[in-house]
Design a binder for this molecule. Structure first.
Ligand code: GEK
Length: 257
């Protein structure tokens, strides 16, 4: 299978290496998805998120199985649109529409360019919008690929309820997240392994530490038990684990049909 998309910045057609946190900083400000991040995003996400490519592959698989005629598919927090492309590859009918949403102008600009470059039979609308404001209707598949973790914790249940309400019977939510483990020692072990993963991918200790500080209180992970309980109390059943690589998981949550 060819790669889902050329992992280059669609504005420059270059795969710019992520060196954003390499130089020592006096002060670390909270992480934002600005131009600088969007510029290096393909490199950053692959080198930081264990199993990132596998999530795209499982998104294609689940989409191919659960897409419904005349339905919509949503990619919430789409960044450059990798999951959108993963879905578009899997949809065979041309009466579906994909809605890709991100509130970062830099991401949306690049995503639109990438969609135009890749082409495809299924129409894609890319919206610059807060996903908390997105109307979800007639949905067969909804993707939250590492996005819920950036939503304030108090608003997560409400977002999941709106997704559930907007899904067709038998529709699915694919949720990928970094998780925290309940046991402190086990969690520490996972963090050691995640740091090792990043070191093997060329990040040094300083850039790992500076990025971690920037993400503090911005990316707020929860336990797998919290995710499962919330999805179940929202009405999803079954909630099935599709992937885990270290402390990064993908769940498929189905709306009973
Ligand atoms: C991928 N899914 O490549 N509304 C809209 N977008 C948001 C919001 C919000 N409230 N909060 C954050 N984002 C992608 C990867 S990255 C994950 C997703 C990461 C957006 C934010 O602008 C960014 O583009 C994305 O969510 C998170 O499959 O970088 O770890």
């Amino acid at each position: 299978m060819p790669p889902l998309y050329a992992l280059v910045d669609p504005m420059t057609e270059k795969n710019r290496p992520d060196t954003l946190y390499r130089a020592p900083r006096d002060e670390i400000s909270p992480f934002v998805f600005d131009e600088q991040v969007a510029d290096v995003f393909p490199d950053m996400i692959q080198r930081s998120v264990p199993g990132y490519h596998a999530t795209l592959s499982v998104i294609s698989t689940v989409t191919a199985e659960y897409v419904q005629p005349h339905s919509r598919l949503y990619d919430l927090g789409c960044s450059l649109g990798a999951a959108t492309l993963a879905m578009r590859r899997a949809v065979r009918s041309d009466d579906c529409e994909i809605i890709a949403v991100d509130n970062s102008a830099a991401m949306v600009q690049r995503c639109r360019k990438l969609m135009a470059r890749e082409g495809g039979a299924v129409p894609v609308r890319v919206l610059e919008q807060d996903i908390l404001e997105t109307a979800i209707e007639n949905a067969a598949v909804v993707i939250l690929n590492y996005t819920l973790q950036f939503i304030p914790a108090a608003q997560r249940a409400d977002l999941l309820s709106r997704i559930h309400a907007g899904l067709l019977p038998g529709g699915v939510l694919m949720l990928s997240e970094k998780i925290v483990l309940e046991d402190e020692q086990e969690n520490a072990t996972m963090n050691v392994l995640h740091r090792r993963f990043k070191r093997l991918n060329g990040y040094d200790d300083l850039e790992i530490a500076q990025k971690r500080a920037a993400l503090e209180n911005v990316l707020v992970p929860e336990t797998l038990a919290v995710h499962r309980a919330r999805l179940k109390s929202t009405g999803f059943a079954p909630v099935l684990p599709c992937l885990q690589f270290l402390n990064f998981i993908t769940l498929m949550a189905r709306k009973p049909g």
